[in-house]
Design a protein around this ligand. Structure first.
Ligand code: NDP
Length: 293
């Protein structure tokens, strides 16, 4: 059996196209322009790449992009003051503080200073609570993208066995909440899980967000399962370059899975597309306009 490859790149492009349509309607019907503010503190190279592509794609869908690049030694007080200004800016509907922050800054404090209605990353404690209690929340972009791909692939997820490997606040935990919300039977696995391979083997849906190169092997996968690989690991490639590989051994897993996301080109592109979609949602909610599905 060879798995169907889930094309995250094409899926993300279709979401961005829909977002661009919503942005055009907000402009024509309501005179509104959704705005996304991204705050980057310091010079982490990976964060710089993310922030650049977020800015570029924000402009591509004709939303307003506000970039705030602050030096690594920025004080907590100054960063909190910027967040406060953005909270009060009516042109800004979404605020994203790029993580990780330099170690002298308290990420929880900064994230929880964002107005929850503008928290398009969905990391504010209020949004975490809303998601956990099944209420209308801002949902973290990466797990939201994974859920969209799963629904598109499988239709109803009700009753399916889902195993989420990794329990981070940004991917694993919200992913489990979303799958539970879609009535999966959810198991969360992590570094202390015993017999991880056996746990994964019972899954109809496997979502892996660990950060370990090709850790999940093909013989861990139940035949026909749907595999979502969130991992993004840089490894040495040809000619002194690096290449991106996932947490799943793609070759062996795609021989058993029913469908699988590749790395790159799977989950990655969906994350920014969902960020743009969340910004449109935030703009609609802020203005009492019915939000897109
Ligand atoms: P974290 O480092 O925050 O969490 C990793 C999780 O994996 C932890 O819960 C940890 O368990 C678990 N883990 C570590 N080793 C093992 C093991 N041997 N067996 C089982 N579980 C293990 O990572 P993130 O969630 O932030 O990211 C995970 C991966 O996803 C990374 O590669 C990251 O780059 C990628 N990522 C991709 C995104 C995208 O847009 N595509 C967005 C965000 C992340 P424990 O809690 O017990 O320590």
């Amino acid at each position: 059996m060879t798995a169907q490859i889930i094309d995250g790149k094409a899926f993300a492009a279709s979401i961005r196209e829909k977002v661009a349509g919503h942005v055009a309607r907000l402009r024509e019907d309501h005179g509104l322009k959704p705005g996304l503010a991204v705050v980057l503190v310091g010079e982490d190279p990976a964060s710089q790449v993310y922030v650049r592509s977020k800015g570029k794609m924000t402009l591509e869908v004709a939303m307003a992009s506000f970039e705030h690049r602050l030096p690594a030694e920025t004080s907590e007080a100054d960063l909190l003051a910027l967040v406060e200004t953005l909270n009060g800016d009516p042109e800004v509907h979404g605020i994203l503080v790029q993580l990780p922050l330099p170690p002298h800054l308290n990420s929880d404090l900064v994230i929880n200073a964002i107005d929850p209605a503008k928290d398009v990353d969905g990391f504010h404690i209020s949004n975490v609570g809303l998601l956990g209690t099944g209420q209308k929340a801002m949902v973290p972009c990466t797990p939201l993208g994974c859920l969209m791909m799963l629904r598109a692939q499988l239709g109803s997820l009700s009753g399916l066995e889902a195993v989420v490997v990794g329990r981070s606040n940004i991917v694993g935990k919200p992913m489990a909440m979303l799958l539970l919300g879609d009535s999966c039977t959810v198991t969360m696995a992590h570094s202390r899980t015993r017999d991880l391979a056996d746990v994964v083997r019972r899954a109809d849906i496997v979502v892996v967000a660990v950060g370990r190169t090709e850790m999940v092997r093909g013989d861990w996968i139940k035949a026909g399962a749907t595999v979502i690989d969130v991992g993004m690991n840089r490894v040495p490639g040809e000619g002194g370059k690096t290449r991106l590989v996932g947490d799943v051994d793609f070759e062996s897993a795609s021989a058993r899975a029913g469908a699988i996301t590749p790395v790159p080109g799977g989950v990655g592109p969906m994350t920014i597309a969902c960020l743009l979609a969340n910004t449109v949602t935030a703009c609609c909610r802020a203005n009492g306009i019915a939000e897109p599905e």
